[in-house]
Ligand binder design. Structure first.
Ligand code: GDP
Ligand code: MG
Length: 239
């Protein structure tokens, strides 16, 4: 089969262990594994309507080698991921990872994702599908834990505040950018909570950019044809 050419590039960024690879794995494979090799493939391709979307994972490089400027180059969207039980993981997004997005498109879209919500939020913990509950050995209708397992260190409003600071840093107009409420998420790769919502919202947000690029490419083709028509006429005159 012919290799599909991606129409658009998305990248997922954030500290080691926040669950970037798990989020992608959950979305693409519909599964959660406690240990997945973090040194995996460079990107996944997802067909979204007529478009091929590439989603890049850090392949563990955030841990050992750092990430070069190539990683975000040409990205139409950046998914900045932190762990809701780890304040430092939010701080790192701004201090370490934001500057890496300088090579992304100038109209790049940002999403901020607080993962591992199952540890702090009963609704997120309860989002497990029936199928998974069975394979985890629980009976349907079994009791969920009465209290969250861990202290929540990052609140949604902290992520929203970061989103506004990012727009300022990137010199993006608030009124031309998607609203913070639409682009800040709490997810669980473990239960699947909000995972489809996250990826599919980002996909929908990048589609207009793909269309714009295609339209521009098409009008360039028309211009070229016009040119060659003109040349033919000229040649005809001289003949
Ligand atoms: N409870 C919980 N654990 C998670 C979640 N997502 C990832 N993990 C765990 O966190 C660890 C790091 O996940 P990984 O996807 O490798 O993080 P990455 O380094 O950002 O790619 C692994 O042990 C995962 O099983 C989640 O939503 N909830
Ligand atoms: Mg990883």
């Amino acid at each position: 089969a012919k290799m599909k050419k991606p129409d658009v590039k998305l990248v997922i960024l954030g500290d080691m262990n926040v669950g970037k690879t798990s989020l992608l794995h959950r979305y693409i494979e519909r599964k959660f594994k406690d240990t997945i090799s973090t040194v995996g493939g460079a990107f996944f391709l997802k067909q979204w309507g007529p478009y091929n979307i590439s989603i890049w994972d850090t392949a563990g490089r955030e841990q050992f080698h750092g990430l070069g400027s190539m990683y975000c180059r040409g990205a139409a969207a950046v998914i900045l991921t932190y762990d809701v039980t780890n304040w430092q993981s939010l701080v790192e997004l701004e201090q370490r990872f934001l500057s890496l997005t300088d090579t992304a498109n100038s109209d790049c879209i940002f999403a901020i994702v607080g993962n591992k919500a199952d540890l702090t939020n009963l609704k997120a913990a309860a989002a497990e599908t029936g199928e998974e509950r069975e394979s985890n050995g629980n009976l349907a209708g079994a009791q969920f834990p009465a209290s969250p397992k861990m202290h929540k260190q990052v609140q949604p409003e902290d992520a929203v505040a970061l989103y506004h600071r990012i727009l300022r840093y990137k010199m993006l107009e608030e009124k031309c950018s998607p609203p913070a409420e639409a682009m800040c998420f709490e997810t669980s790769a473990k239960t699947g909570y909000n995972v489809d919502l996250l990826f599919e919202r980002v996909f929908d947000m990048v589609v207009p950019g793909i269309l714009k690029k295609k339209t521009e490419a098409m009008s360039n083709t028309v211009d070229l044809e016009d040119c060659s028509d003109m040349q033919r006429t000229k040649l005809g005159c001289c003949g």
